[in-house]
Design a protein around this ligand. Structure first.
Ligand SMILES: *Cc1c(COP(=O)(O)O)cnc(C)c1O
Length: 470
């Protein structure tokens, strides 16, 4: 299997060549040359597999430069009941006949990003070990991504993490989660500024190519292909749990921000998994809902990006969206390059016509948006009707899923975080404190390791250089 760029660079690259990369050199995103097709007989054979076995079958179709035994061992070590709280890794939680949550957030940081990030950590360590190289991961976080990255990379050989966060602005739980890590390869840099300052520093450091090369700076952002690939697996796992041997279609509702999670569903469907509809759920930041309703993709400025009670979906442009659009326009790289290059910067967006949508079969997407009032009402209703407590992001998914139920087709709502992470909205909805998983009990009282730095890229560079010794 070789990989190409959505903007036309067709240099054939193997999986491990793009593993540690972000964007392709032409500014596009990497995708496989083709999606491997899985037939009914293969699906039937996969039905009885454990999660790591299933992950091995799927990843083997996309990775031909890691020996099978190594890949298998790496997956067996990653997807364990010890890390994810259940041997099924992403078990279903039934709500009512034909409607269930798929639990993706029982990993170490209580959000679905762990499922992919834990694998990325293992793959990075493996590949860096083979190359005899080191990697210094530089990132900016307002909460979820940073903690998932740190818990995935802690203690890994050849890897250091420098994670910038806005000083004093993350939730107390998120601060406790990140700052209590004592691993010497994890560096928490609390920046005196807001999240945008942190992101600007990451951009400034990455733009200094000499520094970047000298100190082997890399990232773990959501456009990484391996992260997306890891997420394809749980669509299969969910499908098998929701259906019997006779199969049939399943719909998935996905709380969406950067379009990574739902894009993995798109890939699973292109592979032949019988997904009926993919339901994109947004919060008040409804870039994606607008697109699926009107065909218009309109990026928002920061003044138009609202801070909501489902903060991990507060995005103004969806960084993985280019992958989907590339497929939607028939893999026309010149067209994709025009849409995401000149059209975006000139017009702040673009329109895909209804004809274009209709030409390509098997792109059954629907969408909806959800507001703070919807979240609170949905959390309360789900608790009262089913005695299941959900977080604010999952509530956006459930609210929109209910609007798109189809008779006879099971609907799975991806649970993207646990309520313990968003206690304030939970209290507002149900009037009590969400329960804490035992492993996170009392983390606020643990000793903390972090460094406060001014919002100054030069100061951050100096810190990195001082802490990359030998
Ligand atoms: C990241 C995140 C999302 C959005 O996922 P995308 O892949 O960016 O669409 C939704 N919910 C939670 C809890 C998240 O952390």
């Amino acid at each position: 299997m070789k990989y190409l760029s959505t903007r036309g660079d067709a240099t054939p690259r193997a999986f491990c060549e793009i593993l540690l990369e972000g964007l392709a050199p032409d500014g596009g995103l990497y995708l496989p040359e083709t999606y491997p097709r899985v037939d009914a007989a293969t699906l039937a054979r996969w039905r009885g597999l454990s999660y790591p076995q299933l992950a091995f079958e799927i990843l083997s179709l996309y990775i031909d430069d890691i020996p099978a035994a190594d890949l298998r061992a790496l997956l067996d070590r990653t997807y364990t009941a010890a890390t994810f709280g259940d041997a099924r890794i992403t078990p279903l939680k039934p709500l009512e006949p034909g409607l269930a949550l798929q639990a993706l957030s029982n990993g170490p940081t209580l959000a679905f990003k762990d499922v992919a990030m834990q694998l990325l950590g293992a793959l990075f360590e493996y590949q860096l070990g083979r190359l005899g190289q080191q990697l210094n991961i530089l990132g900016a976080t307002s909460g979820d991504t940073g903690s998932a990255a740190e818990y995935a990379m802690r203690g890994r050989r050849g890897i250091r993490v420098f994670m910038l966060s806005p000083h004093g602005r993350m939730s107390p739980f998120q601060q406790a989660q990140m700052f209590s890590l004592q691993d010497p390869n994890i560096h928490n840099l609390a920046i005196e500024g807001v999240f945008d300052d942190c992101q600007d520093i990451v951009k400034a450091v990455s733009a200094d190519l000499a520094f970047k090369q000298r100190w082997c700076i890399g990232t773990v952002n959501s456009i990484n292909w391996a992260r997306l690939l890891a997420q394809v697996v749980y669509y299969f796992a969910g499908y098998f749990q929701a259906t019997g041997r006779d199969g049939g279609e399943v719909d998935f509702a996905v709380p969406s921000g950067n379009f990574g999670n739902i894009c993995a569903g798109h890939v699973a469907r292109r592979m032949g998994l019988p997904i009926g509809r993919l339901v994109a759920a947004t919060n008040e930041n409804d870039v994606l809902d607008e697109f699926f309703r009107t065909g218009r993709y309109r990026v928002r400025g920061s003044a138009e990006t609202h801070a909501t009670s489902s903060p991990s979906m507060d995005i103004s442009k969806a960084s993985n969206f280019e992958r989907f659009v590339f497929d939607l326009v028939g893999r026309d790289a010149a067209r994709t390059a025009e849409l995401f290059g000149p059209a975006l910067s000139r017009d702040g967006g673009f329109t895909v016509s209804a004809d274009e949508f209709a030409r390509v079969p098997g792109f059954g997407f629907v969408s909806g948006r959800s507001t703070h009032a919807d979240r609170v009402a949905t959390i309360r209703d789900c608790w009262q009707r089913h005695q299941v407590l959900i977080d604010t992001h999952t509530a956006d998914g459930l609210k929109v899923a209910r609007a798109h139920r189809r008779a006879g087709v099971p609907m799975l709502v991806l649970e993207t975080a646990l309520p313990a992470k968003f206690a304030e909205a939970i209290r507002e909805a149900v009037g009590f404190e969400p329960p804490r998983p035992p492993a996170t009990e009392g983390i606020e009282r643990l000793p903390r390791r972090f460094e406060v730095l001014p919002a100054d890229a030069e100061r951050v560079k100096r810190y990195i250089a001082e802490h990359c010794g030998a």
